[in-house]
Design a protein around this ligand. Sequence first.
Ligand code: 13P
Length: 216
Amino acid sequence: MLICNWKMYGDLQLVGLYKKNIPYSQNLIVCPMATLCSELKDTFKVGGQNCHQEKEGAFTGEISPLSLKEVGCEYVLLGHSERRKYFGETNELVIKKAVTAKECGLTPIICVGSNSEDIVQIKQDLIQQLPQDSSFIIAYEPTWAIGTNKIPSLDHIDQIMQWLANQGFSQKVYGGSVNSENAQDIHQLCQGLLIGRASLDIHSVLTIGKSLEIWN
Ligand code: 13P
């Protein structure tokens, strides 16, 4: 599984480049800004980057999970570290969002992470963020690896992925400075990759997608 998190980048031009150059794969999920989801949904599997914890209400400026579903999203990223850091999203809120999103027919991808490089500390941090329901997809993103070109050792990723498996989570994704050089090795250790900057570059998406064999 390759998940492209465009963050607050990308526009109709990038939509056009994706449509022209990147073949459909059931293992490719594109998560653009909510305003672009409907533009991509006929060509790719699409996910939102966030949604509200309620299905509807007087919450000006928020995005309902029902509306994401209506415009063609199948997935939604929740609790990305940027949401936790800049928008104050708490563990409880993220889980609530995930439960509502699932009720609306979306598949939530719950992002969890830690500032630490110490495996014991990381596990302590992650356990606070994990949902009870182990059917959710979990994306492990060390905060210090996001946007930095620093990645943990493969042994670190392996230990955390195995620990998540022991907690009952079978769908685990890694994110944080994934690029065309490191994608294949990291993908051996989990079920998918979540890419940020690399998702904005068509060539990188194609190279990473090929190394993950998403078109085989
Ligand atoms: P980068 O791949 O740019 O480090 O971003 C990772 C990320 O936050 C994906 O959700």
